[in-house]
Ligand binder design. Structure first.
Ligand code: SF4
Ligand code: SF4
Length: 101
């Protein structure tokens, strides 16, 4: 399988994916439904100690610079975050500069 490329950079070199704050998460599963409906499949729902909780199962399926699941309409408790766009943009630009032939 060929590797996915974003702006000339292998997707696996771009650390853009969601992080869940489990101290806030209420296990509603709406982030899982939302991302699955979009066809990205970043999340999976696991059951632990009788409680449902989302896990970031396929982090590199996350669309670079998408923050859809962070929206209050999706996650009502603000438990989802992503890195800063500036940091990720720098990583992308550094990779592009250093990989010029
Ligand atoms: S930011 Fe977008 S692609 Fe990434 S996990 Fe959330 S909904 Fe899925
Ligand atoms: S939408 Fe937010 S509260 Fe609901 S399962 Fe996902 S992270 Fe937890």
């Amino acid at each position: 399988m060929s590797e996915e490329i974003y702006e000339g950079v292998p997707r696996s070199k771009i650390p853009w994916y969601p992080t869940i704050d489990y101290s806030k998460c209420i296990g509603c599963g709406s982030c899982v439904d939302y991302c699955t409906a979009g066809g990205f499949g970043v999340y999976a729902l696991e059951e632990r100690d009788g409680k449902k909780r989302p896990i970031v199962k396929n982090p590199y399926n996350c669309i670079v610079f998408c923050r859809g699941c962070e929206d209050k309409e999706v996650c009502p408790v603000g438990a989802i975050s992503h890195p800063s766009e500036e940091e990720i943009q720098k990583i992308i630009e550094n990779y592009q500069k250093n990989s010029v032939i």
